[in-house]
Structures are given as structure tokens and as C-alpha cells.
Design a protein around this ligand. Structure first.
Ligand code: DCP
Ligand code: MG
Length: 487
């Protein structure tokens, strides 16, 4: 535990939905839901305006539609989220060499390792500046937590939401944690919480009172001991930079579930090669190959194979991954595939067991809380009725980008009965008008996402191209759209 709040946790606010609102001026200040929009779709996230109606991540999209019928329901645009995430992570790397990303929109940063002086004042200033820089580079808001440990920094950013910064002064941890639910602690998932509930332990303070022996008896030695320490705010876990990680992995979520077994195999081979690329660029080799599969129903499983010695040979890793996928039933479809290698250079037998245990836990937890990353199935936004396009025809997923030969850049608001409705607006324009076209209109074509911030904007008029993905440039202004021909 540090004497100064120099561990920073950043979590972007309503990330996917905020990106969509930044990209689509007509949706700002309105309820927006991003997720699977087909019949078995699940909500990935909802804007704060939609959360008021009770809509939240991992809820069935059908239920969300009943609770909040007027929201815009959009299919995710993962490539754009990834680009925005890269820009944010680059800003974090400017603060310290020790940056540990947890997901696209979340990371820990060790400010002390980056030279910030060990004081509350200095840490707060760095945090506030970071929030301004993120807004300038991406147009989005992120919440920042600062504390003397990872656990408390994460709790602080949660309290700062949305669009805020909270510092937890070292020394106040135990008092602050006592009344919170046990689920606040890292490592307490639904199963552990249920275990504790059955013996009458609901709050963190009650875990401390129960004592270490009782927790060990209930949860086993490793888990019980570490949770007893966490409950008192004792958390010495270091921020681990990606290059020092014990494993390297890559994964892909597919816009449309993969059904074809041959395609699944070829994606696994491609991911194995990408994983080897990452492994080699870090100058490392590993011994355990891990395959991750998320199926159509969000059940997620991992399979691993441990080789006789560490390797970075693409053929060996590709073959191991290929053997692993053969043991997985993928009928019904695959949403996500991942390939990883663990047991890297500093491999010990102990690490291997620890990793195997973590993998099992992860499988259980992920099964319980599905990540919504379903995709672009033809559907409507608002009043426009859903109708699936026939195979082979172009699909116009709501929220996705299009370009019209005459009217320029816009996005699909909905499609159905042979028509597609497009709203012509850009991230930097006024809210735009909608027009409707036949689905096979030759003047209309799918397009790449536009950048959220134009090059001449950003940090107060100064251009900062490094913060923008390379592929982003300022497209020419399209002619202003005039009258709408449909809703
Ligand atoms: N996500 C997802 N499925 C989930 C949870 C999240 O696909 N079950 C995606 C969508 C989120 C992003 O990950 O935008 C980040 O997750 P967060 O938990 O940080 O949620 P948000 O950023 O959306 O909201 P908050 O402001 O609460 O952080
Ligand atoms: Mg977030």
C-alpha cells in the first residue's frame, strides 16, 4: 500500500454508446443502446440517458426495447472502438511506462513509475490533465480514480462516474470498504458471493470480522487469505505492463457469428499467427497454448495444451491451436475466438498451475455474465421495422457507415421492406436529415467510420496527429442534406 494515491484507474464512460453519440450528432443527449440487435441479441452497453429506463449491459435487447422503446438500437462498430481505444491508451503511455490495459476502455497506470511526485496534489493534477487530453483527442469523457492500490483506484473511478475524478486518500481504505458489498472486491464473483451470503457475510467489513481462518475454511487457503487482506484494503498487486505479462493473447469478435467450420479453423490459424507475431515482437516464447471460444449463446470456454518446451514457432502454435478447436462443439455459431500463449520466459511449474486455475475461474465467471458483442443483423432503429435481408444481398446494419454518391457520408438508421433509411451527418456537423433509398440503390455503399475529431480540432486548436489512428484523415465536407423523404 502506497502513502500517496499514485495508482490511476481510467474507465471511459458508457464507452461504445459514447463513441456512437460522438459520431452521430442527432443522438447526443438521447438514449442509445449498442449491442446485438437480432432476435437473440444482448446489450453491450447503454448511454446514461438509456440507463435511466433500467437498460444495462448483458440484458436481452428485446427486454431493453420494451423498457426503452425510443432509444436508438445500434450494431457495434468494433473497429472504431478499437481505434479510439488506441488513441486513449497512447495518452496513458505518455504518463508512465507502466500501463496495464484491462479492456478496450479501462486501464491502470502507475504514475510513480512515470515520475509523478508522490503527493495527492500532483496525482490529482495528472488525472485532471489526462481527462482534458482524452476529451481533446477523442471528444469523449473518461472517469479517473486515484488511490494507493489497484483495488481502491478502481473503486474510486467507479465513484467518479460519469465524467469525474475521485481520489481515495491512503489511510482511509478500511473505513471506506467496510459497508460495501463483498462483490466490490476483485476475485469475488457471483459464486463466491453466494458462498459468503449463506454464512451471513454481505459487506466487506463482515469479511474482516469473520477473520482469516474462517475465510480460509470457507474458500480455501489461497482465495481466503488474499480476500481477507483485500477486505482490509491491503493490496500490493503491481501494475503490470503488457510487455512483462505472463501471457500474450489476441482475440477477435465477429460482426456475424461464424457457422462454417472451415472458416472457424482458418480464423484460429490466423489468430495463432497474430499471437506469434506479438510473442516474437516481445522477444519471448511460451509453453502453453490457450484457445478461447465464445459461442452463439455467450457460453465461453477455454482449452489449453502444454508443450514439452517453450516455443515461438508459428507452425507448432498453429497446430496446437488447431488440435484444441477440434475438441470444441461450434454448431450454432461462434461469436469470438482467441488464441494465447502463456508460460512465457519466466515460466515455472507454479505459474502454470496458477494460470490453469485462473482460466477455469474465468470460464465460470464469463459464462455467468455474458459479454454482449453480438453483431450486425439487419434491424431497425426507432419506428423502422426489422427485416432480414436475404443471403447474398447487402445488409445495412443500423448505425453502420455509408456513403452516397450525391449526399455524402451518413449512417444507417434502419432498413426493412426493401428500403434503407440513412441519416446524413458527420461527427462535426449539425444533426442531419434522413433520406430513404431502395436497399440496392447503386449510389449507396458501405463506408469506413469517420474520425470523431477533425484534425484541426483537438487540444485547443493545436493539431496532434499522433493521437489519431493513422488511417484517420479529414474527409471533404459533403454537400448539406436537404429535405427528408421519410421519418
Ligand atoms: N461491454 C460489453 N458487454 C458487457 C460489458 C461491457 O460488450 N457485458 C463493452 C461495452 C462497453 C465497454 O465494453 O461500452 C466497456 O465496458 P464498461 O463496463 O466500462 O461499461 P461502459 O464503459 O459502457 O459504461 P461505464 O460508464 O459504466 O463504464
Ligand atoms: Mg467504461
Amino acid at each position: 500500500m502506497r502513502g500517496a494515491p499514485t495508482i490511476l484507474h481510467l474507465d471511459m464512460d458508457a464507452f461504445y454508446a459514447a463513441v456512437e453519440q460522438a459520431a452521430k450528432p442527432s443522438l447526443r443527449g438521447k438514449p442509445v443502446v449498442v449491442g446485438g440487435i437480432g432476435p437473440r441479441g444482448v446489450v453491450a452497453t447503454a448511454s446514461y440517458e438509456a440507463r435511466v429506463f433500467g437498460v444495462h449491459s448483458a440484458m436481452a435487447t428485446g427486454q431493453a426495447r420494451r423498457m426503452c422503446p425510443n432509444a436508438a438500437y445500434l450494431a457495434p462498430r468494433f473497429s472504431l472502438y478499437r481505434q479510439v481505444s488506441d488513441a486513449v491508451m497512447e495518452l496513458l503511455h505518455g504518463l508512465s511506462p507502466l500501463v496495464e490495459p484491462l479492456s478496450l476502455d479501462e486501464a491502470f497506470v502507475d504514475l510513480e513509475a512515470g515520475g509523478t511526485s508522490a503527493s495527492t496534489q500532483a496525482a490529482r493534477e495528472v488525472g485532471e490533465r489526462l481527462r482534458r487530453d482524452i476529451r481533446a483527442a477523442t471528444g469523449l469523457t473518461g472517469s479517473v480514480g486515484l488511490a494507493g492500490s489497484k483495488m481502491l483506484a478502481k473503486i474510486a473511478s467507479e465513484r467518479a462516474k460519469p465524467d469525474g475524478l475521485v481520489v481515495i486518500a491512503p489511510g482511509t481504505e478500511r473505513e471506506l470498504l467496510a459497508p460495501l458489498t463483498v462483490r466490490t472486491l476483485p476475485g469475488v464473483g457471483p459464486a463466491t458471493a453466494e458462498h459468503l451470503r449463506r454464512v451471513g457475510i454481505h459487506a466487506v467489513g463482515e469479511m474482516v470480522e469473520a477473520g482469516e481462518d474462517e475465510l480460509v475454511r470457507l474458500l480455501g487457503r489461497a482465495h481466503g487469505t488474499s480476500l481477507h487482506a483485500m477486505a482490509q484494503g491491503l493490496d500490493d498487486r503491481p501494475v503490470v505492463a503488457e510487455r512483462d505479462a505472463k501471457s500474450v493473447s489476441v482475440e477477435d469478435t465477429f460482426d456475424v457469428d461464424l457457422h462454417d467450420r472451415a472458416r472457424v479453423r482458418s480464423e484460429v490459424a490466423r489468430l495463432a499467427d497474430r499471437c506469434v507475431g506479438r510473442l516474437r515482437s516481445a522477444g519471448r516464447s511460451g509453453r502453453t497454448v490457450v484457445l478461447k471460444v465464445r459461442r452463439y449463446d455467450f457460453s465461453t470456454l477455454t482449452r489449453s495444451e502444454t508443450l514439452r518446451g517453450p516455443t515461438d514457432d508459428p507452425a507448432v502454435i498453429r497446430e496446437a491451436a488447431a488440435r484444441l478447436i477440434e475438441s470444441v462443439d461450434t454448431t450454432g455459431g461462434v461469436r469470438l475466438l482467441g488464441v494465447g500463449v502463456s508460460g512465457l520466459a519466466d515460466f515455472t511449474q507454479e505459474d502454470l498451475f496458477a494460470q490453469a486455475a485462473t482460466a477455469e475461474e474465468a470460464t465460470a465467471e464469463e459464462g455467468a455474465e455474458p459479454v454482449a458483442d453480438a453483431a450486425a443483423e439487419g434491424s431497425g432503429v426507432g419506428p423502422v421495422e426489422e427485416i432480414a435481408e436475404e443471403a447474398g444481398r447487402r445488409r445495412w446494419a443500423p448505425g453502420h457507415d455509408v456513403r452516397h454518391a450525391e449526399f455524402g457520408a451518413g449512417w444507417v438508421q434502419g432498413s426493412g421492406v426493401g428500403r434503407v433509411t440513412v441519416r446524413f451527418e458527420q461527427p462535426w456537423s449539425e444533426p442531419g436529415r434522413v433520406r430513404t433509398f431502395p436497399v440496392d440503390d447503386p449510389d449507396l455503399e458501405p463506408a469506413e467510420p469517420l474520425p470523431l475529431v477533425r484534425a484541426e480540432e483537438g487540444s485547443g486548436g493545436q493539431s496532434s496527429p499522433a493521437m489519431r489512428p493513422k488511417s484517420w484523415s479529414s474527409p471533404p465536407e459533403p454537400p448539406p442534406p436537404d429535405e427528408a423523404s421519410s421519418p
